[in-house]
Design a protein around this ligand. Structure first.
Ligand code: URA
Length: 253
């Protein structure tokens, strides 16, 4: 075996898991030391002075994403930039969409187009400020012509979502549309699964329709779908408030 081949194989074997590397950096930079990652994250979440640390972690997660070249989406002609998740890392509630559209690709922020405006309205009606929940997508680069992400793209990009979830440790997740639903519960149909809790990895997941789907409905169907989404959001927000009563979901109270 050549020296190069040995180096390559060792490089793989001694790769330090991301969470351990970051925990080590946090210890060095902020002098925080906890016996395990979960305790460390819990303490950061509950410390009112930890904004600096959370910003550091978010930047680190984003840097990781910006380096990603695992699928072809970031190499496509229509692609202008990656779209990281936004929001406080200590939010007990996370919203997960499919992938950036035209507006999000230009702005570099998730859910800023028409579907995003509808999302903001729904949250506001539930007394929740959009800025107080974490909003992200399963795929961080815009798929061509705003098509649904393919399974291969979702699988490859899910490592970025996993990093976000590892540090947020949300109590409740709302999945918007069938792509994020199928990530958590493969081979599911959104029409059958919406409104029904899924319990996975210590998280409660509430699947509902994508706001863009609401925007495509007309007449009686529009009323029905709107009502269903409203019902699903209500359930999820109520549960997040019940599980995390100390968290303030309003930006200004
Ligand atoms: N649709 C999504 O799924 N995500 C966005 O960020 C915008 C539209």
């Amino acid at each position: 075996m050549s020296v190069h081949a040995i180096n390559e194989s060792y490089k793989h074997k001694i790769e330090i898991p991301y969470g351990i590397r970051l925990a080590f950096e946090l210890k060095q930079k902020f002098n925080i030391d906890e016996p395990d990652l979960n305790t460390l994250i819990n303490n950061i979440h509950n410390n009112p002075n930890s904004k600096k640390i959370m910003d550091y972690i978010q930047q680190d997660i984003n840097n990781h994403l910006f380096l990603c070249k695992d699928c072809h989406l970031c190499k496509e002609e229509h692609h202008s930039q990656k779209v990281p998740g936004v929001g406080p890392l200590n939010s007990p509630l996370v919203l997960i969409g499919e992938g950036p559209g035209f507006d999000e690709d230009k702005a570099g922020k998730p859910f800023v187009g028409r579907a995003g405006q509808l999302l903001t309205t729904i949250l506001n009606k539930l007394n929740v400020s959009r800025e107080k929940v974490y909003i992200t997508n399963i795929v961080k680069c815009r798929p061509p012509n705003n098509r649904q992400p393919l399974a291969d793209e979702t699988n490859k990009c899910s490592k970025n979502l996993e990093l976000e979830l590892m540090f947020i440790m949300p109590k409740v997740i709302i999945t918007l549309g069938s792509t994020p639903l199928n990530y958590f519960k493969p081979n599911s149909r959104i029409t059958k699964s919406r409104g029904k809790w899924i319990f996975k990895d210590n998280k409660l997941i509430m699947p509902t329709f994508h706001p863009a789907y609401i925007l495509r409905q007309k007449g009686k169907n529009l009323v029905k779908i709107k009502w269903e989404v409203w019902h699903d959001f209500n359930k999820a927000v109520d549960k997040a408030k019940e599980l995390c009563p100390e968290y303030n979901f309003k930006l200004h109270t």
